[in-house]
Design a protein around this ligand. Structure first.
Ligand code: NI
Length: 161
């Protein structure tokens, strides 16, 4: 396992469309392990493959630090409600902004055995799923911020995605 370099806003890799994973090869498994290690090292909530320079539809999320969630080829199939709050991104260090997201999300994805499963989330998990899936289509949360992008230290309540 290895810590991978997190790409930052301005790197063109963050604005590209990612490709579906067709097979979970040993190389993909290594990427997934590295993504979790990189996420925990950075104290993040979620990380998408393009953030480490790989244009594949793979996301890792852990909203508690004890609930690792891997989503391969994820698709949101249902959303409801609305939540407002501060959001951050490991690719936009030191910044945060106010983003409205659904309060409930249901997604379908593959696990590392290429088995399809559904995941439901509310609140922070729903926010993280939306945020990370946006990365797979080349979008950063800063496009969705209402109001100014602020310095993290100036904002008390925030979520580091
Ligand atoms: Ni992000």
């Amino acid at each position: 396992m290895a810590i991978r370099k997190i790409r930052e806003m301005g790197d063109p890799v963050l604005n590209k469309q990612c490709k579906e994973v067709t097979e979970v090869t040993p190389r993909i498994r290594e990427l997934i392990d590295d993504m979790f290690e990189t996420l925990y090292e950075a104290n993040g909530v979620g990380l998408a493959a393009p953030q480490v320079g790989i244009l594949k539809r793979i996301v890792v999320i852990d909203v508690t630090g004890e609930d690792p969630l891997l989503l391969i080829n994820p698709r949101i199939i249902e959303t409801s409600g609305e939540q407002e709050g501060y959001e951050g991104c490991l690719s936009v260090p030191g910044k945060t902004g106010y983003v409205t997201r659904p309060n409930y999300v249901k997604a379908v994805a593959w696990n590392e055995n290429m088995e399809s499963f559904e995941i439901e989330g509310t609140e922070l998990l729903a926010r993280a799923i939306c945020h990370e899936l946006d990365h797979l289509d080349g979008h950063l949360y800063v496009e969705k911020v209402s109001g100014p992008l602020m310095n993290t230290e100036d904002v008390e309540e925030q979520a580091e995605d």
